[in-house]
Design a protein around this ligand. Structure first.
Ligand code: DAK
Length: 261
C-alpha cells in the first residue's frame, strides 16, 4: 500500500449548486488505487446527500489523464479471492449516486478510468481525450462494468474491438460512437462540463434525480416495466412543490424558483 495520508487523492470544490470532484494523482496519471476509489465514493456520497448540490462534475488533475485505469502496481500481486470479493463496494456506491454526474475527460480514460467515466451520466471530452479498455493487454479483462456499459453504449462490434484489441480511440471517434456528449478544444473540458452542470442544476432537483433514475432503469428493465416505472415517478412529481412552481411560473410567464421539494 502506498504511504499517503488519507483524504489526499480527491479534491472537492463547491460552487453551489454544482461541485467539482477532482482525482488528484497526476504523477501516476490518476491511476485508481483502492484507497482512491473509496475516497472518491465517500466524496460523491457526501455531495449526493447535500441538498445544496444539484449536479456534480468529475475530472482528473493535470492535462494528461482523466484516469489511466486501476493501479497496476497495486493489482499485480492480488489473488483471485481478493479480486472477487474486494474493491467492488466503492464502485457500487459510485453507481448509486442519485445526483446527475458529468465526467470531464482530458487525456487518457483507460481501463477503470474509462469505466469510471461511464459511471457518469454525461461525458464532456477534450480533443486530446483517449478512451480504451487495455485490460486484455495485461492478461485480464474489464472489471468495473466495461463489457456491459460499453456494449450498451457503442454496440457489440465496437465493444468487442476495443476490449479484444486494447486499442485506444480518439475523442472524435468516441463521439461518433456515442460514447461522449461533446468534444471541446483541448483543455476546455472542465469549463464546458461546468457550464453543462449549471444547466442541469437550474432544473427542479427532484425531477432531475428521478429522470436520471428512470433513464438508468432503461438499461435494466424490459420496456413495459420501464414504462410503468417512469409512470410512477412521473406521478410522484405531482406531489412536489416544484411541479406546482414550474407550472405556475410558466403560466405567469416568469422564471420558476425551484426548491428541491
Ligand atoms: N497503474 C499504475 N501506474 C500507472 C498506470 C496504471 N494504470 N498508468 C500510468 N501509471 C504510472 C506509470 O507507471 C508512470 O509512473 P512512474 O514510472 O513515473 O513512477 C506514470 O504513471 C506515468 O506513466 P507513463 O510513464 O507510462 O506515461 P506515458 O505517457 O509514457 O504512457 C499510458 C501513458 C497511459 C499509455 C501508459 O501509462 C499506460 O499504458 N498505462 C496503463 C494503462 C492501462 O493498462 N490501464 C488499464 C489498467 S487495468 C476493479 C475495477 C476496475 C479494474 C479492476 C478491478 N474492481 C472493482 C475489483 C480495472 C482494471 C484496469 O484498469
Amino acid at each position: 500500500m502506498e504511504a499517503k495520508a488519507p483524504d489526499m487523492y480527491i479534491l472537492v470544490e463547491r460552487e453551489d449548486p454544482i461541485a467539482v470532484v477532482t482525482i488528484n494523482r497526476p504523477d501516476k496519471l490518476n491511476a485508481l488505487n483502492w484507497a482512491l476509489v473509496a475516497e472518491l465514493a465517500d466524496a460523491l456520497d457526501a455531495l449526493d446527500r447535500d441538498e445544496a448540490i444539484s449536479c456534480i462534475v468529475l475530472t482528473g488533475a493535470g492535462n494528461k489523464a482523466f484516469a489511466a485505469g486501476a493501479d497496476i502496481a497495486e493489482m499485480a500481486d492480488k489473488s483471485a479471492v481478493t479480486m472477487a470479493t474486494g474493491g467492488f463496494e466503492s464502485w457500487d456506491r459510485i453507481r448509486r449516486i442519485k445526483t446527475p454526474l458529468i465526467a470531464a475527460v482530458g487525456g487518457y480514460a483507460l481501463g477503470g478510468g474509462s469505466e469510471l467515466a461511464m459511471h457518469a451520466d454525461m461525458i464532456v471530452a477534450s480533443e486530446n481525450a483517449k478512451f480504451g479498455q487495455p485490460e486484455i493487454l495485461l492478461g485480464i479483462m474489464c472489471g468495473a462494468g466495461g463489457t456491459q456499459r460499453l456494449t450498451r453504449t457503442i454496440g457489440k462490434y465496437r465493444a468487442m474491438e476495443l476490449c479484444l484489441t486494447g486499442k485506444q480511440v480518439s475523442a472524435q471517434e468516441a463521439s461518433a460512437w456515442g460514447l461522449v456528449n461533446r468534444v471541446v478544444p483541448e483543455g476546455q473540458h472542465l469549463e464546458e462540463a461546468k457550464k453543462l452542470a449549471h444547466e442541469v442544476a437550474k432544473q427542479a432537483p427532484l425531477a432531475a434525480r428521478f429522470t436520471k433514475e428512470a433513464i438508468l432503469k432503461a438499461f435494466e428493465m424490459p420496456l413495459e416495466e420501464g414504462l410503468q416505472y417512469e409512470k410512477r415517478l412521473f406521478a410522484l412529481l405531482f406531489a412536489s412543490e416544484d411541479q406546482k412552481e414550474g407550472m405556475r411560473a410558466f403560466l405567469a410567464k416568469e422564471k420558476p424558483a425551484f426548491k428541491g421539494r
